[in-house]
Design a protein. Structure first.
Length: 282
């Protein structure tokens, strides 16, 4: 009887010790988990400055968390800081070596940095080789005004990866260039519906383009302003934001937006041309 009581006491002590260890471990990591959750919430709300600050705290408290490093890298990329994003996403990949989303975000970052070969390797690791090949061919065709080829290639990319919004955005651009605006809007809406959560700058950009084409300037302004805030390096957002503001009756805001756009992208003449046209009353 005494032996049985001793065994039960030992078992209770062991369970108590396990519970204390679990509580200690949770207590050690809880602030980091809370910071990660708060950072991702701020990112979904397009508050990039707060998201970056909180996620910096998360990776300090959870230095082996691939999710925390990946979240920080995605925010840094949205803030147009691709070099910092590369460092963070590589850290994420060290802890999540087979994670396709991390490979994809690192590929996008390297693509932004002009490191094409390394980007392609990570696109392949993310499972995108054929899709990316078709998409790049479509982009090249569109840049050369070969809209027929661009339509065909973008359509093939969308058929190959029907859950990827970028192919539908590109398909819509080819249709727009061919003068088929309603069809272009349809493709942009399909892409927007497929967008990841939270949406990226490019998702907001095409949501705004579609809203403007559908004569909803207020919705267009909201979406395009968010896109511009998330990624000020996108070359055409400011141009279309100016058009949306003008359509919404905000002439002075449109002019100021185009002035900013002209300063950011001096090689693109559209903003300067629109400033001249609006200023002359055209």
């Amino acid at each position: 009887m005494g032996m049985l009581r001793w065994q039960m006491t030992r078992r209770r002590l062991a369970l108590l010790l396990c519970a204390l260890l679990i509580a200690w471990r949770v207590g050690m990591h809880l602030p980091g988990w809370l910071a990660l959750n708060q950072g991702l919430t701020a990112w979904r709300g397009a508050d990039l400055q707060r998201a970056a600050a909180v996620l910096q705290t998360a990776v300090r408290r959870l230095p082996v968390s691939g999710a925390a490093w990946r979240g920080l890298g995605r925010v840094q990329l949205a803030q147009a800081q691709p070099a910092d994003a590369q460092t963070s996403l590589q850290q994420a990949l060290d802890h999540l070596p087979g994670d396709s989303l991390t490979h994809l975000e690192l590929a996008r970052t390297l693509d932004r940095l002009g490191q094409d070969e390394q980007a392609l390797a990570h696109f392949r690791a993310a499972g995108w080789p054929a899709y990316m090949s078709l998409r790049r061919q479509a982009e090249a065709a569109l840049s050369q005004a070969a809209t027929g080829d661009a339509l065909k290639l973008a359509g093939q990319a969308a058929a190959l990866e029907p859950t990827r919004p970028e192919a539908f955005y590109l398909w819509g651009e080819a249709l727009w260039a061919q003068g088929e605006q309603p069809a272009a809007v349809t493709q942009w809406q399909v892409g927007s519906a497929l967008a990841t959560q939270p949406p990226t700058a490019i998702d907001y950009y095409y949501t705004g383009r579609a809203a403007l084409a559908l004569a909803d300037p207020a919705a267009a302004v909201a979406a395009l302003e968010t896109s511009w805030r998330l990624d000020p390096t996108l070359p055409f957002t400011g141009l279309w934001l100016g058009e949306a503001l003008l359509a919404a009756g905000q002439r002075e805001a449109a002019i100021e937006t185009w002035r900013t756009q002209a300063r950011r992208f001096p090689d693109n003449p559209w903003a300067a041309r629109r400033l001249g046209e609006v200023g002359s009353g055209k």
